[in-house]
Design a protein around this ligand. Structure first.
Ligand code: FAD
Length: 401
C-alpha cells in the first residue's frame, strides 16, 4: 500500500490548482450572477487539457486516468464551490470518456475534438419527466432503425448543459429503448446533437444553484440520427450508461471534497480571527469539536473517493477490478461526499454568523450548488444505498425487478 502521490500527480495538482485559484476563484460570484461560464475560462481549461480530459489523445483529450481526473475535480471544486465549472468538467470527463470508448470513429471525429477544445459540449440525457431513479420502468423514449438512420421520439428532462449544447453544438449521449420487450437489456445509447437538429425542442429550468451551467430538457419528435451515432452495440446502452454514472460519481465525490475543504479553510480563517466574549471563536469547544469532526470526515471521504478512482484505474488499466467493484466504491463516495459537503458548509455558515447568510461569502453558493448532488444529479442518495445493498446482498434483494 502506498499513500503518496506520484511526481506526475503532484505536478498536475499544482498546475490545476494554480490555474483554478488564479483564474476561476475570483470570478465565481460573477459566474453565479451572470449564469454563464466566461468563454476565456473555457478556452483556458481547454489549453490545460481540462475538457473531457479522459478522452483519448487522438481526439484532443489529455488521456488522463481516473486518479488524475479526480485530482482535477477536487481542485476545481476547491476554486468554484458553486460547482458550476466542476459540473461542466465532470460531466464531460465521464461522458466524454464513454463517447471516446464506445463511439464510432466518424462520430468521434465529428464531435470530440470540438468538445476538448471548448467549442462543443458533451452531456448525458437519461432522465425523463416520469422518472429518473426508475428509468427502466419510466423511459418512454424510443429509437427505431430506418435504413441508415435511427428515428428518435421521446422527452428528456432535468438535463445539464442544455444551453451549452444547443448554442455551442456537441452531443448529449441519450438513452432510448430499442427493444421494449427486454427491460434494461433493450436500451441503446445515441449521440444526439441538440443544435440545429430538426425535431428537437429544448426547454430550460430555473435551478437553485450551480447557476453557471444550465439545466433543462428536450423533446424529440421524429429526430433522424445517422446510423454511426449509435454507441457500441445496440441494446447495450443501459450498461454504458451505468459505466458512465460510476465514473461521474467518483468525480462528484472528488469535487465535493474540494468544495468542503475550501469551505472549511474559509471557516478556519474566520474562527481564528473573529472574537466573542473576548476570545477567538476557535478557542471555544463548541466550535473546535465540530471543526475536528468535519476535518476527520473530509479526510475519510477523501480516502474513499481516491480509492474509488484507484479501483477504476485498476479495472481499466489492469483488469484487476470489476464493474461491481467500481459501482460499489463510486456509490459509497457519492453517498458520503455531497451530504458531508453540505453539512460542512452549513456549519461554516453558522460560524460566520449573520454574514454567513449574505453574499459576502461564497458559502451560500456552495450550499445551493452541492444540494444538486445530494438531491439527485447522477443518482439520488437512496439509489446509492440501493446499489450498495445490491453489491452486499445480491441482485435478488433489489427492491424492484
Ligand atoms: C441539477 C440536476 C442536474 C441533472 N442533470 C442530469 C443530466 O445531465 N442528465 C440526466 O440524465 N439526468 C440529470 N439529472 C436528473 C437526475 O439524474 C435525477 O434527478 C435522478 O436520477 C432522480 O430522478 P427523479 O428526479 O425523477 O426522482 P425520482 O426518481 O422520482 O425520486 C424521487 C425520490 O424518491 C426516492 N426513491 C426512488 N426510488 C426509490 C426506492 N426504490 N427506494 C427508496 N427511495 C426511492 C429517490 O431517492 C428520491 O429521493 C439532474 C438532476 C439535477 C437535480
Amino acid at each position: 500500500m502506498d499513500f503518496s502521490w506520484t511526481d506526475e500527480q503532484e505536478i498536475w495538482r499544482k498546475t490545476v490548482r494554480n490555474f483554478a485559484q488564479k483564474k476561476i476563484k475570483p470570478r465565481v460570484r460573477e459566474i453565479d450572477t451572470n449564469k454563464k461560464i466566461p468563454e476565456e475560462i473555457i478556452k483556458d481549461m481547454a489549453k490545460l487539457g481540462l475538457l473531457a480530459p479522459t478522452a483519448s489523445q487522438e481526439y484532443g483529450g489529455a488521456g488522463v486516468d481516473w486518479t488524475m481526473a479526480a485530482i482535477a475535480a477536487e481542485e476545481l471544486g476547491r476554486a468554484d464551490i458553486s460547482l458550476a465549472i466542476p459540473v461542466l468538467y465532470l460531466v464531460e470527463a465521464a461522458w466524454g470518456y464513454i463517447f471516446s470508448r464506445y463511439g464510432t470513429a466518424n462520430a468521434k471525429e465529428e464531435y470530440l475534438p470540438k468538445v476538448t477544445s471548448g467549442d462543443a459540449f458533451c452531456g448525458i440525457a437519461v432522465t425523463e419527466p416520469e422518472g429518473g431513479s426508475d428509468i427502466v420502468g419510466a423511459a418512454k423514449t424510443k429509437a427505431v432503425k430506418k435504413g441508415n438512420s435511427w428515428i428518435l421520439n421521446g422527452e428528456k428532462m432535468f438535463i445539464s448543459g442544455i444551453t451549452e449544447s444547443s448554442k455551442w453544438g456537441g452531443v448529449h449521449l441519450t438513452l432510448a429503448r430499442t427493444d421494449p420487450s427486454k427491460g434494461h437489456k433493450g436500451f441503446s445509447f445515441f449521440a444526439v446533437p441538440l443544435k440545429d437538429s430538426p425535431g428537437i425542442e429544448t426547454t430550460l429550468l430555473e435551478d437553485m444553484g450551480r447557476m453557471g451551467i444550465s439545466t433543462g430538457g428536450f423533446v424529440m419528435e421524429n429526430v433522424k440520427i445517422p446510423e454511426h451515432h449509435l454507441l457500441g452495440e445496440p441494446n447495450r446502452g443501459f450498461y454504458y450508461a451505468m459505466e458512465g454514472f460510476s465514473a461521474a460519481r467518483v468525480l462528484i465525490g472528488a469535487t465535493c471534497i474540494g468544495a468542503s475543504e475550501a469551505a472549511l479553510e474559509l471557516g478556519i480563517e474566520h474562527i481564528k480571527t473573529r472574537k466573542a466574549f473576548g476570545r477567538p471563536l476557535g478557542s471555544f469547544e463548541g466550535i473546535q469539536f465540530p471543526l475536528a469532526e468535519h476535518y476527520c470526515n473530509i479526510e475519510g471521504i477523501k480516502l474513499l473517493t481516491y480509492r474509488a478512482a484507484w479501483i477504476m484505474d485498476r479495472m481499466y488499466k489492469e483488469k484487476k477490478c470489476t464493474h461491481h467493484d467500481v459501482a460499489l466504491a463510486a456509490a459509497i463516495s457519492k453517498l458520503r461526499a455531497p451530504i458531508h459537503a453540505f453539512e460542512v458548509m452549513n456549519e461554516v455558515a453558522d460560524w460566520l454568523g449573520a454574514t454567513g447568510y449574505t453574499k459576502e461569502y461564497p458559502i451560500e453558493m456552495g450550499i445551493r450548488g452541492v444540494r444538486s448532488y445530494s438531491i439527485g444529479a447522477e443518482g439520488t442518495m437512496n439509489i446509492m444505498r440501493i446499489i450498495i445493498g445490491r453489491e452486499l446482498l445480491g441482485k435478488e434483494f433489489l427492491p424492484y425487478k
